[in-house]
Write a protein that binds this ligand. Structure first.
Ligand code: ADP
Length: 498
């Protein structure tokens, strides 16, 4: 059996650090690669060795597979972990790593290829009785045919790019009048984003929950699932708050989804860690969406409720070891919730907010995990994803996790850039979230930053009025005491807004 002694991490930021930490715990040496702007980035400094791979834009550094493989050889690394994003779901890269005599810590090129294309993924799993969203599992180019399919499926429908990802290339069509325009847009968006205009059509589930199952599979045919993650809180079809377990699943549905996910992994001879995404309707019918053939951003919530280090498991699988766990021994213990810390302005349509982290002080304490890749004083590079880290809380139950996460968000001191943390606090304390019954419309239904702002403005006006009242009346003992209470409590409340 192979033993990995040195891993090159072909990534940056929080995920590079997260992988290196586990490697270090396992006594494995780590190699970082870095772009121009990442010369002194935390992941570059953390690794045992670090190599420069090019200019800051990812196309000139983190996406150049050949160069990264060359570095791995030069550094005498045995394996490459791709993290998520960048080259993680690139079938050619997985194959090139293997062909270079190195171990790719992830699935084979063939599995990536099958699942990387939404249409081929649907066609593959269809044979195994996996429930699919009603629609067609093939590329449609002809507009007249596409419209006929849409009529058959029944509006509303969703036009999706076959090569899609990150919520791009998707268009909802409410009725036949809108169809042509939305079809044109979907195709041109798909060409622009993925260089591939193939689209397919499926029923648009109107109150959808996004629930996914984590799987791990070894090279000996053993596959287990590590239960679900509820990821319905999304903006622009991208996740912001994730939790495990989901509060709406029954043990029976959980088991059925888990079995389906295991079957999906088997259908493409999968090995490594992967995520099978499902869309769940109001009546808790679930349908296969896609499989992500990599470590997922939100994997920590699963680690916290199962006690399994997924990166460690990935490394063992890559070495050819059997899974360390059996399905019947796995249990959900407690509850975990994650908020992504993105350098974005929630009040401004979640647009990226670049700048320097003037203050960056992390919360601490029982049940808090922070996976991040930044330090105070650092300028957030504009070249990469705006997600700078993740704040995760673990509690004995959901309510305790919400309380811990709320406390941690209040303690987190960040200035210089806007982040999604205050938005995360809004989400987890919203009655719909607390009820556990919500869907992917959460943000559009409940998050109204303009109204929030108005109420903050009127709160500020109240503070100003109380203050002037206080100053005017400061001669009167009674008025002073009352106004002071008003001023103090209003300021106290506002202090938490950053
Ligand atoms: P991507 O690869 O771009 O992430 P997915 O197929 O995973 O695309 O879909 C992303 C999100 O879009 C889902 O989490 C869900 O919120 C929404 N979505 C996808 N398919 C449907 C559907 N048929 N009906 C309603 N919403 C959908």
């Amino acid at each position: 059996m192979l033993e990995i002694k040195k891993i090159l991490v072909a990534n940056r930021g929080e995920i590079a650090l997260r992988i290196m930490r586990t490697a270090r715990e396992m006594g494995i040496k780590t190699v970082a690669v870095y772009s121009e702007i990442d010369r002194t980035a935390p992941h570059t400094l953390y690794a045992d060795e670090a190599y420069f791979i090019g200019a800051s834009p990812s196309k000139e550094s983190y996406l150049i597979g050949e160069r990264i493989i060359e570095v791995a050889k030069k550094a005498n690394a045995d394996a490459i972990h791709p993290g998520y994003g960048f080259l993680s779901e690139n079938a050619e890269f997985s194959e090139a790593v293997t062909n270079a005599g190195l171990i790719f810590i992830g699935p084979s090129g063939e599995s990536i290829r099958t699942m990387g294309d939404k249409i081929s993924a649907k066609q593959t799993v269809e044979k195994y009785d996996i429930p699919l969203v009603p629609g067609v599992a093939r590329a449609v180019e002809d507009k007249t045919e596409a419209k006929q399919i849409a009529e058959q499926v029944g509006y509303p429908v969703l036009i999706k790019a076959s090569a899609g990802g990150g919520g791009k290339g998707m268009r909802v069509v409410e009725n036949s009048e809108e169809f042509d325009e939305q079809m044109n847009r979907a195709v041109s968006e798909a060409i622009q984003a993925f260089g591939n205009g193939a689209v397919f059509i499926e029923k648009f589930i109107t109150k959808p929950k996004h629930i996914e199952i984590q799987v791990v599979a070894d090279k000996h045919g053993n596959v287990v699932h590590l239960f679900e993650r509820e990821c319905s809180v999304q903006r622009r079809h991208q996740k912001v708050v994730e939790e495990a377990p989901s509060s709406c699943l029954t043990p029976e549905i959980r088991e059925a989804m888990g079995q389906c996910a295991v079957q999906v992994a088997k259908s493409c001879n999968y090995h490594g860690a992967g995520t099978v995404e499902f869309i769940v309707d109001e009546k808790l019918n679930f349908y296969f969406l896609e499989m992500n053939t990599r470590l997922q951003v939100e994997h920590p919530v699963t680690e916290l409720i199962t006690g399994i280090d997924i990166v460690k498991e990935m490394i063992h699988i890559a070495e050819g070891k059997e899974l360390s766990v059996k399905q019947e021994h796995l249990k959900i213990i407690g509850h975990a919730i994650e908020v992504r810390i993105c350098a974005e302005d929630p009040d401004n349509n979640f647009l990226p907010d670049v700048g320097t982290l003037q203050t960056y002080r992390r919360p601490q304490g029982n049940g808090i995990r922070i996976d991040d890749g930044v330090e105070e004083g650092m300028t957030i590079p504009i070249f990469y994803d705006p997600m700078i880290g993740k704040l995760i809380a673990y509690g004995e139950n959901r309510n305790e996790a919400i309380q811990k996460l709320t406390r941690a968000i209040d303690e987190f001191q960040i200035s210089g850039i806007k982040t999604t943390l205050p938005f995360g606090k809004f989400v987890i304390n919203h009655p719909a979230f607390k009820s556990g019954n919500f869907d992917t419309r959460f943000v559009s239904l409940y998050f109204k930053p303009d109204e929030e702002k108005k109420s903050t403005d009127s709160e500020n006006e109240k503070i100003a009025a109380a203050l002037s009242n206080y100053l005017l009346m400061s001669g009167s003992q009674k008025a002073t005491t009352q106004s002071q209470v008003a001023v103090n409590s209003a300021w106290q409340k506002n202090r938490k807004r950053f």
